[in-house]
Design a protein around this ligand. Sequence first.
Ligand code: ASP
Length: 598
Amino acid sequence: MLRDTECGEPRVSDVSKTITLAGWVNRRRDHGNLIFIDLRDRTGLIQVVFNPKTNEEAHRLAENLRSEWVVQIRGEVVKRLDGAENPDLPTGDVEISASELIVLNPSKTPPFEIRDDIEVDDNTRLTYRYLDLRRPKMYANLELRHRVVKLMRDYLDERGFLEVETPILTKSTPEGARDYLVPSRVHPGQFYALPQSPQQLKQLLMVSGVDRYFQIARCFRDEDLRGDRQPEHTQLDLEMSFVEQEDILKLVEALYIWVTEKAIPGVQLQKPFPRMSYHEAIERFGSDKPDLRYGMELCTLSDLAEDSGFGVFKTVVGGGGTVRAFTAPGCGDYPRKTVDELTEIAKSSGAHGMMFIALSNEAESIDALEPDHIRSVIKSHVELDTIKAMANRAGAKPGDLILMIAGPSGVVNTALSNLRGEMARRLDLIDPNEVSYLFVLDFPLFELDPVSEKWGAMHHMFSSPRPEHVDMIETDPGAVIGQLYDLVCNGIELGSGSIRITDREIQERVFALIGYSREAVEERFGHLLRAFEYGAPPHGGAGLGIDRLLMALTGQNIREVVAFPKTQTAVDPLFEAPSRVEDEQLEELGIVVRETAK
Ligand code: ASP
């Protein structure tokens, strides 16, 4: 071993021991005759002092040390002088008086400093990801992720779950995204698809009698990337036989409580997890993944708005749209500029604009509001009594700001939900120690694509309708509620699950509604339907994102919690992937690439 102690370990109880450390030079400071360095490894920092009186050779060598050089140091643990302690470091009461220094490897000057809270663009960070990961915060993220996954494995193992690996080279198992395809050399012109999830494979494992399956599974989805998406993501994929929805919810709840409390000691967790229907979530929060760590619930003002006689409201509500709002407490004095910023957020969420009612805190109560207490574009179009009624319905008090949007309900809900999140951040309403899970239940099984006007699966097409809704698959698809659930954490959708269809006839009817011909079904899903004819047990499960869980637990974005992520344009700047391949490789695969503009 090149060391017997790690940098974060030495304490006062070690004073006068001689130890050997190895690590990176975090910083060097010359103080006249004395040279100080902070030596760093994954466990932390320790101060090392080179004194020519202790060892002249080591002191001379130390003069050349630069940041990120890799060194081995031997020396004695000594107590720091009174007043020279560093309370910010766990090792801050001691230092190492170096008697020997060996340079194991020098380093070029890194493109950014190795410390937390640096301001460096993502591309540079990802190009030098191995340096970026040296930063303590990044190591902590990797460690937390490791801990979370290990806890999941331990928990499920104890309950009889079997971890089974399923293939990466397979046939399309669609989750509503585009497939990543891999050409076959042995069968030119044919392709494997990378799994969007192991959905069909885990269902086949249930037919095999595995009964309780899980996998820390990689899923590949070729879709436009957003803040919380990567081309590949990892999920805790699980499936259970002979269960009903409630059994799965109970298991998932107990598992996530256990994992969260063990991974983050002292965490504040709401138990049992609140549950609400999809409909209730949309009504109260405008989103099917509401963050419950703060209030500011939405209300509907359509009736008051329509009756007010204001033309804008009349057109919207008359045209089937809605007027909804929420109250930002204590923001009635927001200047025009701030309100404009909020309006921009509403617009970038798809809304035409945003209206507001700003209430001065000079009024005694809502009922005592005078026109002078109100700032709003609607003031000159809507009667004072209606404004008061709106304010009462929105739960506003004098001094508050009511944010209001009129338009098609989907757009209104999305925009208000985004504004709700924005206001929570601005008002600092989120307690960083709180983790808030939520089950959203009773999703519709199908949704109508407004452009193609075709029915699609809200989740995926293997999810079962409620038994009492099976008859409506053809007659009223929009009213069919699925045995479907989502787990949400701090406003992030971790993933979904469902009780599956195990009846070939119902599965075929779902495929038919979604628009698959008999031939297409046979070609794409024949294997699954045949399996169902050999004694498929009732089963269900879930796929719950691990990257997203780490995002929720750390409050950081997805690129902070994945070791080697890709950029927003699906590029890996470190490996420079994707990249061109050799002509021979294309030849072997029987692929001809058409020249593109690039
Ligand atoms: N396969 C689903 C998904 O990846 C999860 C599930 O239904 O188990 O979203």
